[in-house]
Design a binder for this molecule. Structure first.
Ligand code: ADP
Ligand code: MG
Length: 225
């Protein structure tokens, strides 16, 4: 499951520039890591070398994420049961939720709501939203996921609500911009990817947030894309 999470995180949207840059960084980085390991073999008294190697490997894994990923706009759409997709995603996140003292709740009014979507990408979007919700509540709390819509309506809404730190208006306006992050070790890529994926589905993302109160993210997907 953890592996699946990592796989999902691998998708990126920085496009040609980011991927190209990452690719160019990869080769010199590989050399530097190799040389540093050689230095360590010849001089294993030096306690700083382990730190340097650790940090270089961290950069390497970030860079790899950019290079390996497929474009968010290449959709492989197929008919998909949305409540099942959400349920599977929630199950994927359950162990993390428990560890972080988070109660994650999903109620679906319909068990048979179907849409043509790229289910792997929609799952990735949900994971990103749920992770952000978790990260907004360092002391735990509730995440509520609702599926709004009926099989007859021409759009479906998936709402994810947290009781976390919330955002200012200024922060909300920056959502979806690559590299916008307020987290110490954040990449600021998650929402940029999500916006691209949802746009490729002709859908929409609506965010309401209040500082200190929490955030509600609504994912709107059309019946016919
Ligand atoms: P990252 O999580 O790596 O910072 P994201 O693109 O997922 O990147 O999110 C960008 C920023 O948007 C976060 O750093 C945070 O400031 C804000 N944000 C996103 N979701 C939430 C949320 N549910 N509650 C509070 N802030 C949020
Ligand atoms: Mg995030």
């Amino acid at each position: 499951l953890q592996q699946q999470l990592i796989e999902s995180e691998k998708l990126s949207t920085l496009g040609k520039f980011g991927a190209g840059l990452a690719h160019e960084i990869r080769n010199p980085l590989t050399s530097i890591i190799g040389l540093t390991q050689l230095l360590k073999e010849n001089n294993n008294q030096n306690k700083y070398l382990d730190i340097i190697i650790g940090e270089l490997e961290r950069i390497q894994s970030l860079v790899n994420q950019f290079v390996l990923l497929r474009k968010p706009t290449d959709l492989k759409a197929e008919t998909c049961n949305i409540p099942t997709l959400i349920q599977n995603t929630v199950e994927l996140m359950n162990s993390n939720a428990q560890l972080q003292n988070i109660d994650i709740q999903f109620d679906s009014p319909h068990s048979d709501l179907k849409l043509d979507v790229d289910h792997a990408k929609i799952k990735q979007v949900l994971i990103n939203f749920i992770k952000n919700a978790f990260e907004s509540m360092p002391n735990g709390g509730k995440v509520r996921i609702q599926l709004i819509g009926t099989p007859k309506e021409n759009e479906v809404r998936i709402s994810i609500q947290d009781q976390g730190v919330g955002m200012t208006e200024d922060q909300v306006s920056k959502l979806g911009k690559p590299f916008f992050t307020t987290k110490e070790s954040g990449m600021g890529m998650g929402l940029a990817i999500c916006f691209d994926i949802i746009k490729a589905h002709q859908g929409d993302i609506k965010i309401e947030s209040e500082k200190g109160e929490g955030t509600r993210v609504d994912l709107v997907l059309p019946k016919e894309a």
